[in-house]
Design a protein around this ligand. Structure first.
Ligand SMILES: Nc1ncnc2c1ncn2[C@@H]1O[C@H](COP(=O)(O)OP(=O)(O)O)[C@@H](O)[C@H]1O
Ligand SMILES: [Mg+2]
Length: 330
């Protein structure tokens, strides 16, 4: 498949302009270097690839050959052009499924006819490029100052991971991390966006607080697994947002329960309804539960989130129900 796509791409672009070709099932992602001005050619390329047998969806992304233009010091409130509402997806600790939730929620919001952007602010472990299938691709800049967002699977997105060297992830701290986040958020040409979802760094440290204060957040969604230990951290997260006057939209319980593929038995592996009880005790909304399921993991880690890969599944329905509640609250 990849060879066929490359042969087609070479009819439109020079070999040095074709940076990469990725095939995931029936989806093709072509990465072009500094070719954004060739909109007509890109359109023809997309059509030609779509005609290859077995291809169902074609995305073209651009990478820059211009260097990242340096870091700015954080100033007062950060202005994010074109974006109407901003919600933070946060968690008290890492590994609870914050990014999986953020990406599927963003896609579910887009399914409700909203123009959606997803911003990956997790400087400690950015995973949106992997989840949306553009890992290793640098953001494209037309003018050397602003970035074009990635545009695939019906949402615009940008990740701090596109700027972080995976082997040196801890170099960015404090003001430097904030400067990079500010630059990516404010200097990306988002276009018209109804709702931006921000995948926050886990925990309640200085970066999380600064980000939540500099960006005018319309609400925070807290993700937790049902274990007590995770819920204790979720409570800390809720309290952090309250302290800085960001409204809490509600709590989501992820990896809530497991349904056996063979017998249909429901197993509450980590106990039952912990997040619901915690939300009620704190006077906050419980937004819903997402089961633990291998298809959710497999799709997230393979670059095709479940809401995109299995639009008719009960898992997609669970994310869409949460998306509807969030839209009603905004
Ligand atoms: N509901 C779920 N069912 C199965 N696997 C899940 C679920 N939610 C998340 N995962 C998996 O758990 C791991 C951690 O999730 P991730 O979203 O990366 O967490 P975080 O962003 O909080 O660190 C990933 O491998 C992901 O695919
Ligand atoms: Mg994550």
């Amino acid at each position: 498949m990849e060879d066929k796509v490359r042969a087609v791409a070479l009819k439109y672009f020079l070999p040095e302009q074709i940076d990469g070709i990725k095939v995931i099932n029936d989806r093709v992602i072509v990465t072009l270097v500094n070719a954004a001005e060739n909109a007509d050619k890109t359109q023809s390329l997309k059509q030609a690839i779509a005609e290859i047998e077995g291809v169902n969806k074609v995305s073209v992304v651009y990478t820059a050959n211009k260097a990242f233009s340096g870091l700015k010091a954080p100033d007062e409130m950060w202005q994010i052009r074109g974006v109407k509402k901003i919600i933070a997806v946060a968690s008290g600790k890492g590994g609870v499924g914050k990014s999986t939730t953020a990406v599927n929620l963003a896609l579910a919001l887009a399914n409700q006819n909203k123009k959606v952007a997803l911003f990956d602010a997790d400087i400690y472990g950015p995973s949106i490029p992997t989840m949306l299938g553009y890992e290793g691709v640098a953001p494209y800049s037309m003018d050397g100052h602003t970035f074009e967002p990635f545009d695939n699977m019906s949402i615009k997105s940008m990740s701090v991971g596109t700027l972080i060297d995976k082997s040196q992830p801890l170099i960015w701290r404090g003001a430097k991390a904030c400067g990079a986040l500010q630059q990516l958020l404010c200097d990306t040409n988002w276009g018209d966006i109804d709702i931006m979802v921000i995948d926050m760094p886990p925990g309640t440290g200085d970066i999380q607080i600064t980000l939540s204060q500099k960006v005018k957040m319309d609400g925070a969604v807290i993700v937790s697994t049902p274990q007590d230990i995770a819920l204790i951290d979720a409570v800390k997260g809720i309290n952090m947002f309250k302290r800085i006057n960001v409204p809490i939209l509600g709590l989501i319980e992820n990896m809530s329960y497991y349904i056996c593929e063979k017998c249909g038995h429901r197993a509450d592996i980590f106990g039952h309804a912990g997040a619901k009880k915690t939300a009620e005790a704190m006077g906050e909304t419980f937004l819903g539960e997402i089961p633990l399921h291998y298809a959710i993991r497999e799709n997230a880690d393979n670059g095709t989130p479940i809401v995109f890969a299995e639009p008719e599944s009960v898992y997609t329905e669970a994310y869409e129900n949460i998306a509807k509640k969030i839209i009603a609250k905004l």
